[in-house]
Design a protein around this ligand. Structure first.
Ligand code: KG4
Ligand code: ZN
Length: 382
């Protein structure tokens, strides 16, 4: 089965072609193409995503991106047009995400499914982030395979010790989510910790704005932090009624107050003007101290979750923040069973959507009605 996957939940328009020749087994599955067009440059000027602009930009990009995915996969007909005969199913992110952004991807997928008579499989965005951990780079491309044992995935390119095994804990850390999810088998998801307010990626983005670092905040904070002292400033760790839950809005405010104190300005001083008063070395120290605190909070809760779940065999990181080098360094020392997605699959992409769909199809999931598939801006993984 060849799957065309589409992702447009936030500010990346993406399409991928994934081949799984032995369904329901996913042995020898192969990623044939993965195209991602980012809107980052568009939103740098605003310091964040503007939903209406994102939706309009998806609308402009989505058909060219899909065409490119066909072309990169070598799926063009004699007239150099997408060869739909080679596609057996369409998968699309339909939840959670920005309403207008989800609508563009999902309506495109529905229309193409009707037009070309293909089964349509909706995919949950966080599931696809988790499944990105089974995409391994090979000399010819990236691929995933699933062993005959349905409770364990494996990739032939990775040694058994580097392949996640079940039960596992997934730390999903993105711009919209911060959750610890327990999986006892490939299709079983149980949220055991979640943020009560901001997501950690959102916190990186907001702190970057205070420090005058460009959007998206994660990579620019990580870059500035390499020149800074992570012990220069101390920020409190939040207390939550459920010790596995997170809270990041207090950390953002703590950074703001400490910057104001350091600069000797009142707390009603406009936060967007603070960046003009900060020196390069202050920015670097704030970035490093904030990043260290965010990592400590994430890993402290994950450690607690591991203690409470001694049956867990692997820890899996997923979502845009999992690209963070410092986090990877500290986490792999602290958790010997830690797994991270290939960097190119940490952020939003459609390859992970295809893998999630393939895993669900192989477990017997039935297609959705292309005339009725709805989008859900908010929904928990289940
Ligand atoms: O998964 P993702 O691409 O989109 C969502 O589903 O939200 O995650 C985007 C988030 C942004 O907040 C971005 O600042 C953060 O991931 N991010 C990082 C890094 N790269 C991206 N955060 C920390 N360090 C990074 N290197
Ligand atoms: Zn995402």
């Amino acid at each position: 089965m060849n799957i065309l996957a589409i992702e447009s939940s936030c500010d990346e328009t993406a399409a991928a072609v994934f081949s799984c020749p032995h369904l329901p087994l996913l042995n020898s599955s192969k990623l044939l193409s993965s195209v991602v067009v980012s809107q980052i440059d568009l939103f740098k000027a605003y310091g964040g995503v503007i939903p209406e602009v994102a939706a309009r930009s998806h609308l402009e990009a989505i058909l060219p991106v899909i065409d490119q995915a066909f072309s990169d996969a070598g799926f063009l007909d004699e007239n150099s047009r997408p060869d739909w005969d080679k596609i057996d199913a369409i998968a699309v992110t339909h939840t959670p995400g920005l309403l207008g952004s989800l609508l563009i991807g999902t309506l495109t997928a529905r229309t193409l499914a009707i037009l070309h008579s293909k089964p349509l499989y909706p995919v949950h965005h966080l599931k696809s982030h988790i499944y990105s951990n089974w995409l391994a780079r090979t000399p010819e491309g990236s691929f995933m395979s699933v062993q005959e044992n349905p409770t364990s995935f494996s990739s032939p390119q990775k040694s058994p010790s580097t392949v996640p095994s079940f039960p596992l804990l997934a730390l999903v850390i993105s711009g919209g989510h911060t959750q610890i999810i327990k999986m006892t088998s490939p299709l079983d998801f149980q949220i055991i910790g979640t943020t009560l307010d901001d997501a950690v990626g959102e916190c990186f983005d907001k702190v970057a704005k205070i420090l005058g670092l460009p959007y998206p905040g994660g990579p620019s904070i990580a870059g500035a932090a390499t020149q800074g002292n992570p012990k220069k400033y101390h920020f409190p760790h939040p207390k939550t009624p459920n010790p596995l839950d997170f809270s990041f809005s207090g950390l953002k405010t703590a950074v703001l107050r400490t910057v104001q104190k350091e600069l000797g300005v009142a707390i009603n001083y406009p936060s967007h003007e603070l960046k003009n008063l900060l020196t390069r070395s202050q920015i670097a120290d704030f970035a490093a101290s904030f990043q260290q605190t965010a990592i400590d909070i994430l890993l402290e809760r994950l450690g607690l979750a591991l203690n409470q779940n001694p049956d867990v065999a692997s820890v899996v990181f997923a979502g845009g923040v999992s690209a963070n080098e410092e986090l990877r360094l500290i986490a792999s020392k602290k958790f010997p069973t830690a797994h991270f997605p290939e960097k190119q699959f940490s952020g939003d992409n459609a390859a992970m959507v295809a893998i999630a769909a393939a895993a669900e199809i192989s477990a017997g999931k039935l297609p959705a009605d292309p005339l009725a598939l709805n989008i859900f801006p908010r929904s928990d993984i289940s």
